[in-house]
Design a protein around this ligand. Structure first.
Ligand SMILES: Cc1cc2nc3c(=O)[nH]c(=O)nc-3n(C[C@H](O)[C@H](O)[C@H](O)COP(=O)(O)OP(=O)(O)OC[C@H]3O[C@@H](n4cnc5c(N)ncnc54)[C@H](O)[C@@H]3O)c2cc1C
Length: 349
């Protein structure tokens, strides 16, 4: 698809709202570039929020300790004066260079952009729900198979519900459906009788198992029993090796998120071992106008650390500004002493 009249025309598109993408927004703001930010997740934070929200990080400069969640909150606060436009819940699928030097970008939600520059801050890839590797399952997605907990449990009235997973999301979903009393039956399934959720949640789940309100099945799903329109049952093998079937109406697959580099590898950019090759002057990729910062890039000496991504974002911002404001000198100024930056940051002296 080429750029359409409905495409949003922007100066810079940041792909990825992880810590480095968020700091990129701030650095772009300092050089006068407004950023649009796209992420596959429903909220900003990347790995810090998706993988370790409550674990402390000790190597952010001048911050002896902060959790992943705190770091993200501070980065958002720092970038707020520059009013980034966020586009969540969508994966960037295609990036196509246009004859005029711009790029046409399309997302899984159907959003289209025409942008002068792109900064890929995609980390280890888009975080998408882990899927069960079962032939034919995809055809039932969004009808009987879901990768998010239900928004309204009353939609499950009288249904036999199966939830697959061992983490907080799966257990909390099982809990909410059981406690609502809407479903005819609730079965929580995981390959082992062990959970990786908060102790308090596990405790309530165990109580519901004891009272028989919730069934737990330690088993793996090996196949589906279907008609053309519906899944009737799951074929399962329990931990003792016995095969059986489990009838159901609705299946929630809540096995956590997995990063998928996915389409980025198909955008025609030079890569080295699944990372985007960049120069270290401006962290520009092999395509002029497309920059890559943070965990997604590689160059001699690269370390996948947040602090390194912050440096990369700082220099990439100058590269972006050179393209957005061609022929203009990009001012180098200190935030401490520049009245222009004080105005931009809303801290007029
Ligand atoms: C358990 C753990 C502990 C860690 N501790 C530390 C530490 O103490 N110190 C430290 O410096 N680092 C630490 N790290 C590493 C640090 O988290 C990463 O270096 C950092 O998150 C990289 O940031 P990023 O913004 O480049 O990418 P990410 O945080 O991976 O964010 C990338 C974002 O891009 C999105 N995305 C990707 N592709 C697409 C697409 N096509 N469309 C839309 N969105 C897309 C993803 O959904 C994701 O939200 C730790 C990592 C882990 C897993």
């Amino acid at each position: 698809v080429s750029s359409s009249s409905k495409a949003l025309e922007v100066d810079c598109l940041v792909i990825g709202a992880g810590p480095v993408g968020l700091f990129q927004v701030f650095e772009l703001g300092l050089v006068g570039v407004h950023a649009h930010v796209i992420d596959a997740l429903p909220a900003p934070g990347g790995q810090c929020l998706a993988l370790y929200p409550d674990k402390p990080i000790y190597d952010i400069p001048a911050t002896p300790a902060c959790t992943g969640r705190e770091l993200v909150a501070r980065l958002l606060q720092q970038a707020a004066p520059f009013n980034p436009s966020f586009h969540f819940n969508q994966q960037v699928l295609s990036v196509q260079p246009q004859p005029d030097g711009q790029f046409a970008v399309h997302t899984s939600a159907g959003t289209a952009f025409v942008t002068k520059t792109i900064v890929i801050a995609a980390g280890v890839g888009a975080f998408v729900p882990r899927r069960l590797p079962l032939d034919g399952l995809a055809a039932f997605e969004d009808h009987q198979v879901f990768h998010q907990p239900p928004e309204d449990v009353t939609n499950l009235t009288n249904q036999r519900v199966v939830i697959v997973g061992d983490g907080d999301l799966a257990l909390e979903c099982a809990l909410a459906i059981t406690q609502s009393g809407a479903a005819r039956s609730v079965t929580l399934m995981h390959r082992r009788d062990e959970f990786k959720a908060a102790p308090a949640v596990i405790e309530v789940i165990q109580q519901l198992r004891t009272t028989g309100q919730l069934r737990f099945l330690a088993a793996q799903i090996t196949g589906l029993v279907t008609t053309t329109e519906r899944i009737i049952a799951l074929q399962v093998v329990t931990t003792d090796g016995a095969a059986s079937t489990l009838e159901l109406d609705t299946l929630f697959v809540l096995m956590g998120l997995a990063p998928k580099l996915g389409p980025i590898a198909e955008w025609g950019l030079d890569m080295a071992r699944k990372q985007l090759a960049v120069n270290t002057a401006q962290f520009e990729s092999s395509t002029p106008g497309i920059f890559a910062v943070g965990d997604v890039n590689t160059y001699p000496g690269k370390k996948k650390l947040i602090v390194c991504g912050f440096h990369e974002a700082t220099l990439a911002a100058y590269g972006v500004a050179q393209r957005v404001f061609p022929g203009q000198t990009i001012p180098f100024e200190y935030t401490t002493t520049s009245p222009r930056l004080h105005r931009a940051l809303g801290r007029v002296t």
